[in-house]
Design a protein around this ligand. Structure first.
Ligand code: GSH
Length: 219
């Protein structure tokens, strides 16, 4: 099975983490933004990453891909079967992919994608505004909702956690830290899930990229 894209994308990393937690082996075929590689385009008609292929079946969109992975290998179950739990897991996936990623994009695009990948100037004022005004209320929101178990749904790891921690990898890449005094649950939650081998391997690779001279995100 092939995943097309870059792990720097929270959507691509979500699929890679999900596959690893399932014990499904996938090969990552690197693609840049709006790649015109025909193999990638055949799986992703709108040019968005991730795209995915399993033999003669191709699909894109991270949520569609993880639904496929869950269906072909039901255990361990990462998308709960019980109606309310399933709805909650899908809701968290959606909140992560939209509300949190929209804030993250302003920071990551302007501090990393534009200056480092596309060699264009980023709007650092927009990034700073998102970090100071948009991110703290989102972290407040999450702080109020993390159960004592440390998992968002059913007191065990599900798609909800796998999706929610992805934008935080990118927040941390661009220097936005979690204040453990104000947000102790979020700080602990993110650290614990980011330490799981399924995601830690990608975080380490991405950090390695930024540690190379000249790849330090602007603030
Ligand atoms: N809903 C999609 C979003 C995919 C997406 O927006 N990917 C970004 C990278 S983070 C992309 O490919 N952007 C290229 C573009 O907007 O042209 C998913 O969950 O996979």
């Amino acid at each position: 099975m092939i995943v097309y894209g870059s792990s720097m994308s929270p959507f691509v990393r979500k699929v890679l983490t999900f596959a690893a937690e399932k014990g499904i082996e996938v090969e990552l075929k690197p693609q840049g933004l709006q790649s015109d590689d025909p193999e990638f385009r055949a799986a992703s008609p709108f040019g968005l990453m991730p795209a995915f292929r399993d033999g003669d079946f191709a699909i894109s969109d991270s949520s569609a891909i993880v639904a496929y992975l869950e269906a072909i290998k039901p255990e361990p179950a990462l998308i709960p079967a019980a109606p309310r739990s399933r709805a909650q897991a899908i809701w968290w996936d959606e909140v992560a992919d939209t509300v949190f990623v929209n804030c993250m994009r302003k920071m990551f695009f302007n501090r990393v994608v534009l200056p480092i990948f596309l060699k264009r100037e980023g709007d650092l004022a927009e990034a700073a505004h998102a970090e100071v005004h948009e991110l703290p209320p989102l972290i407040d929101f999450l702080e109020a909702r993390i159960p004592d178990s440390g998992f968002l749904v059913d007191d065990r790891l599900t798609l909800a956690d796998i999706a929610m921690v992805q934008p935080f990898v990118n927040f941390l890449h661009v220097g936005a830290s979690i204040d453990a005094e104000r947000h102790p649950k979020v700080a602990d939650y993110i650290a614990k899930i980011h330490a799981r081998p399924s995601i830690a391997q990608w975080i380490a690779k991405e950090r390695g990229f930024f540690e190379k001279a000249g790849n330090v995100p602007n603030r």
